[in-house]
Design a binder for this molecule. Sequence first.
Ligand SMILES: Cc1cc2nc3c(=O)[nH]c(=O)nc-3n(C[C@H](O)[C@H](O)[C@H](O)COP(=O)(O)O)c2cc1C
Length: 177
Amino acid sequence: MKTLILYYSRTGNNRFAAQRLAEALDCEIEEIRPASGGFFSLLLGSALKFGLGNRKLARNPADFDRVILCGPIWMGQIVLPLRVFIRKYGRSLKSLTFVTVCGSDEASKDTGFGYETVFAKFRALLGEKFAGGLAIPVTLIPGSGVDATKVILTEANFTGEIAARFQAVADRLRSVN
Ligand SMILES: Cc1cc2nc3c(=O)[nH]c(=O)nc-3n(C[C@H](O)[C@H](O)[C@H](O)COP(=O)(O)O)c2cc1C
């Protein structure tokens, strides 16, 4: 299966996971970069589902059997760069899986800010093409503390439960190959 990983990351967590996933799956990877806009306009745009587009991608995602989209969750929403990507390419894709390094966890996954709630939004946008969502909660980082929005994944703390969760996600995605 020809797989393309596309990621958007503001503080590096999803870049970290996406790059390791590309190594684990031995597939191509490309960054989704907003055309412009600081954090607050992206945040507002994510909430309002409106904003500027992304820069042009070097690859055509429609040429791949599967796209794995990696990115954060903000305020229980699909972040604007990922929404813009889906708006532009959704119809032409064969299959999309969403992988998120996010702040919500098993206990909060079904709340308004939880990853399952966001997976349901992907399903509503993509229908049958949505192959599912996989979450890697930052709260699994050893000693991550109380404010999950400020935890940064690094080589040093990529260990224990978070590394095990990443491995499970990679194994699951590899098994579809
Ligand atoms: C403003 C803001 C809002 C957030 N809201 C949520 C949320 O609703 N649900 C969630 O699971 N994580 C939430 N997070 C946590 C991010 O998803 C998490 O920090 C993610 O790993 C950041 O990814 P990045 O480093 O790739 O940008 C939020 C983070 C920020 C900064």
